[in-house]
Design a protein around this ligand. Structure first.
Ligand code: ATP
Ligand code: BTN
Length: 329
């Protein structure tokens, strides 16, 4: 969607009908560009009601991200964050990775965050896609510079999972669980995903871009694009959370976890992580990079976030990377 579509959608956010010519006049564009922009919005999954003689009305109300409101929710932590909200971008992770050096040299001491209303090429692990629609999710990335090398960060995606569960629980959304290494689930369906991308020297420092996508209310068209069980907060709690408030809560929890992780690594989060692990004590099958499988019983995780499996040949440890964990039927 182009910038004009976003301006029109904001104008339509009052739940009233707006005539095409009035929209065109208010925004100083032609009527044809208004109808083209609205067609794009339809394709992005929004339902726009058009009634002859009355005009256009946005059927699914969008709660827009508002920087000032988010900063207010961040309270006395607000001035630690350098928060940018974009209408649309391919991927907040890609942009923050690209701009990492620049941002770190210009804004020393800040926690740099990019959130987007709409990601057009959201990314998951291993080149997979992360799908979202306008207003129905949160998609954001946080930049953090660690003094340590990348090997110190092996448990980071697990620790961020803890931060997300804490943020959900303190927002009144109970029952989210974790699945090794990086999924946040509810009822065996995926609620949120974490993508951590690193760059730096062998001995450190390491720059981490920590991307989080969380489903608030998935439209049917987004659901249809997801090739595994997915759920959203609306399905869990029966209401759509305040996007600005939830984003602030997530940022506060992620920042707190990052500060502690920087000092002590994953170990302090281990117990809380295992308590939330949906596969703890269960029989699972791991799909290894060479295509083979390893079956066993989940027996916690190590201090660095590796999965511990009780197998027929004893207790074995598996670190993230290319491994997929599936519960056995
Ligand atoms: P793993 O290999 O760790 O078991 P996974 O199958 O969840 O994980 P990931 O790479 O972690 O794979 O996540 C990407 C996958 O998430 C996509 O292939 C898709 O199946 C799913 N997905 C994409 N968008 C969403 C979404 N909004 N909500 C839930 N799941 C999604
Ligand atoms: C996964 O489960 O594989 C990870 C999904 C991560 C999605 C988030 S949305 C914000 C950030 N930008 C991206 O392109 N991906 C992450």
């Amino acid at each position: 969607m182009n910038p004009l579509a976003f301006s029109i959608l904001r104008l339509l956010s009052d739940n009233e009908f707006h005539a095409g010519p009035a929209i065109a006049e208010a925004l100083g564009v032609s009527r044809a560009s208004v109808s083209n922009a609205l067609r794009d919005a339809n394709e992005a999954g929004l339902t726009i009601h058009k009634i002859k003689g009355r005009g256009y009305r946005l059927l699914d109300q969008v709660q827009w991200l508002e920087r000032n409101v988010i900063l207010e929710y961040l309270g006395d932590q607000a001035d630690r964050f350098n928060l940018e909200i974009l209408d649309t971008i391919d991927s907040t992770n890609s942009l923050l990775l690209y701009e990492a050096d620049n941002r770190l040299s210009l804004g020393k001491g800040f926690i740099h965050v990019i959130a987007a209303e709409l990601q057009t090429k959201g990314r998951g692990r291993r080149g997979r896609q992360w799908h979202s629609g306008l207003g129905g999710s949160l998609a954001f990335s946080v930049l953090w510079r660690f003094q340590q090398s990348a090997s110190f960060l092996s448990g980071l995606s697990l620790a961020i999972g803890v931060a997300i569960v804490r943020a959900l629980e303190s927002s009144g959304i109970q029952g989210a669980v974790l699945k090794w290494p990086n999924d946040v689930m509810f009822n065996f369906c995926k609620l949120a995903g974490i993508l951590i991308e690193l760059h730096g020297d062998m001995l450190g420092p390491t720059i981490a871009v920590i991307g989080t996508g969380i489903n608030l209310k998935l439209s049917d068209s987004v659901q249809a694009r997801i090739d595994q069980g997915a759920t959203d907060i609306f399905a869990i709690s029966g209401e759509c959370p305040d996007r600005n408030k939830l984003l602030a809560e997530l940022l506060l929890n992620i920042a707190q976890v990052l500060r502690e992780f920087e000092q002590s690594g994953f170990a302090p989060f281990k117990e809380e992580w295992v308590d939330h692990h949906v596969c703890e004590g269960k029989a699972v099958s791991l799909k290894l990079p060479d295509g083979s499988g390893q079956e066993g019983m989940v027996h916690g995780v190590s201090d660095s976030g590796s999965l511990l499996l009780q197998t027929s040949s004893g207790l074995r440890s598996f670190s993230g990377g290319e491994i997929s964990l599936r519960r056995m039927a």
